[in-house]
Design a binder for this molecule. Structure first.
Ligand code: EPU
Length: 432
C-alpha cells in the first residue's frame, strides 16, 4: 500500500510550477478524435486520469505517441470501433466525453456508465443525454449498464437548455455539435476556464464555437476538423491547492505558470482570511505571516468559488480564528473528509450542505484517508499544517489528478515522502 508520510508543522517557502489542467486535458484528449489529422497536445499533466483517457483511445485503435513528458500526439481513426470497454470506463468519470466525441465523429457510441470520484453519491448524466437527443441522437440503455447513442444520418444542430449548470454536459454537447449539420445553441452553459480551453482547442482545429465562457454557446457545425498543435491551460485547482496549503502552514510561495484571472475567486477568499497575494502576469506570490481569520464561503459554478477547492479551503479554515460557514452549492455530499479532519482535532459540524468550522489552535497528526481526489489534497494540507507525523492512505485518489504532488511540496520545504508499506503493518513510519 502506498502512503504519504508527512512530518508537519513547517512553513512552506520557495517556488512551485503548476501543471496543465486536468479537467481540460480529460476533455481535449477525446476531442482530438474529432480531427482528421494528428493533434499535438502540449502541457498535458502526468496524472492517472490522463493515462486512463489515453488508454481508452488506444483501445479504440487510435495511434498515440508521447513526444516528451508533457506532449502527446493523437492521430488516426478509431479503427477499433466505437465501443469503450466497461473495465476502463468505470475507472474514470471523464470517460463520458467519449460519448460526445464518438457520436460526433462516427454517429455511434457504446459506452458503459462512467465511474470516477466516489463523493456525492449519484452523479447523473441526464443533461448530457438530453443534449444528445436534442441533436437528433437516440439513446438506449442496454444490459451491463451500456449506453448506446446513435444518429445513423448524422447529428443535426439543435437547441439545448440545461436544467442545471453542468461542466461535463456543456463540454460533451460541444464535442457532439462541432461536426453536426447546422447550428447548436447551448443555454445555461457552464463557464469554467476548461470550457473556454476546449472551445479554443476545437476552434484551432477549424470548428466554429462562439460564446464559450458565457452562458450561451453557439456552435455552427463544420464538415471536418483538421489536426494541429495546442497547449492546455494551467490547472486552476492545483494552483488553488498550493495557495490553500500556504494559507494553512504559513510561509511564502511563488506559484508559477498560472492564469491569475482564473484564480480570482480563490484569491478573494484567501485575502479575506488574512493571506497576502501579489499578482504577476503568470504567477502569484502567496504569503501568510500573521493569523488566519474566519470567512464564509459558498461553492458555485465559475466564476463562483469552485467546489473542487472546498475541502482544501475548509482545511485552512480549521486553523482560522473564529467560526466559518461553508455551503456546498454544487454537490450533495462532499463533506465525508471532515470526519478525518475531526480526528486530527478540527472542530467541524456538518448539516447537509453546510459545514460550520470553529477554528482551533492546531491540528494533530493522525492516520487519515484520501477518500477522493480533493479530499486527499485536503488531507495533505492538514498533514503539512499539523504537528507530528501524518500518514495519508489511498493516495491513488490523489495521483489521479495531481502531478508529482509530493515532489512539488518537497521542493517548497515540506518534509514528506511516498512510502510503500506492507498491508497490515500499523507501525508509524518515522519522518525522513
Ligand atoms: N448534474 C446533473 N445532471 C447531469 C450532470 C450534472 O444533475 O447530467 C448535476 C450534478 O449532480 C452536480 C452538478 O450538476 O450537482 C454539477 O455537475 P457537473 O456536471 O458540472 O460535474 P462534472 O462535469 O461531472 C466536473 C469536474 C468535477 C467538478 C465538477 C463541478 C471533470 C472531469 N470533473 O464534473 O471535478 O467537481 O465539474 O465543477 O471535469 C475534481 O476535479 O475533483 C472533480 C470532481
Amino acid at each position: 500500500m502506498t502512503k504519504y508520510i508527512i512530518n508537519g508543522g513547517k512553513r512552506l517557502n520557495g517556488e512551485v510550477t503548476i501543471s496543465g489542467a486536468k479537467n481540460a486535458a480529460v476533455a481535449i484528449i477525446p476531442a482530438a478524435l474529432l480531427a482528421d489529422g494528428p493533434c499535438r497536445i502540449e502541457n498535458v499533466p502526468k496524472i492517472i486520469d490522463v493515462t486512463l483517457q489515453l488508454e481508452i483511445l488506444r483501445e479504440l485503435g487510435v495511434r498515440i505517441r508521447l513526444l516528451n513528458s508533457t506532449t502527446v500526439e493523437i492521430s488516426g481513426e478509431a479503427v477499433g470501433g466505437s465501443k469503450v470497454p466497461y473495465e476502463l470506463m468505470r475507472k474514470i468519470r471523464a470517460s463520458y466525453y467519449l460519448i460526445g466525441a464518438l457520436l460526433g465523429k462516427y454517429h455511434h457510441a457504446e459506452v458503459a456508465m462512467p465511474g470516477g470520484c466516489n463523493f456525492g453519491g449519484i452523479r447523473p448524466i441526464d443533461q448530457h443525454l438530453k443534449g444528445f437527443r436534442a441533436l437528433g441522437a437516440t439513446i438506449e440503455t442496454r444490459e451491463g449498464g451500456y449506453i448506446v447513442a446513435d444518429a445513423p444520418d448524422g447529428l443535426k444542430g439543435g437547441h439545448v437548455y440545461f436544467d442545471v449548470v453542468s461542466v461535463g454536459a456543456t463540454m460533451n454537447i460541444m464535442l457532439a455539435a462541432v461536426l453536426a449539420d447546422g447550428q447548436t445553441v447551448i443555454e445555461n452553459a457552464a463557464k469554467e476556464p476548461h470550457i473556454v480551453d476546449l472551445a479554443n482547442f476545437l476552434n484551432s482545429m477549424g470548428a466554429d464555437v462562439k460564446g464559450a465562457g458565457t452562458d450561451i454557446i453557439k456552435i455552427r457545425g463544420v464538415p471536418k476538423l483538421h489536426g494541429g498543435t495546442y497547449s492546455i491551460i494551467p490547472d486552476q485547482i492545483e494552483a488553488g491547492t498550493f495557495m490553500a496549503a500556504v494559507a494553512a502552514t504559513g510561509g511564502q510561495v511563488l506559484i508559477k505558470n498560472v492564469i491569475p484571472k482564473h484564480l480570482e475567486c480563490i484569491t478573494a477568499k484567501l485575502t479575506e482570511m488574512g493571506v497576502e497575494i501579489d499578482e504577476f502576469d503568470d504567477a502569484l506570490l502567496v504569503r501568510r505571516m500573521g493569523d488566519l481569520v474566519k470567512t464564509n464561503v459558498k461553492t458555485m459554478p465559475y466564476p463562483g468559488f469552485p467546489t473542487d477547492m472546498q475541502p482544501q479551503l475548509t482545511t485552512a479554515l480549521c486553523l482560522a480564528k473564529g467560526t466559518s460557514i461553508i455551503t456546498e452549492g454544487v454537490w450533495d455530499n462532499r463533506y465525508r473528509y471532515t470526519e478525518e479532519l475531526t480526528r486530527m482535532g478540527a472542530n467541524i459540524h456538518v448539516d447537509g450542505k453546510i459545514a460550520v468550522v470553529e477554528g482551533v489552535e492546531e491540528l494533530k497528526a493522525a492516520p487519515v484517508r484520501a477518500y477522493d481526489l480533493r479530499a486527499g489534497a485536503a488531507m495533505v494540507i492538514a498533514g503539512l499544517a499539523a504537528r507530528g507525523v501524518t500518514q495519508v492512505e489511498q493516495v491513488t485518489n490523489i495521483e489521479r489528478g495531481y502531478e508529482n504532488l509530493v515532489e512539488k511540496f518537497q521542493a517548497i520545504g515540506a518534509d514528506m515522502y511516498r512510502a510503500e508499506i506492507p498491508e497490515g503493518d500499523t507501525s508509524l513510519p518515522e519522518a525522513k
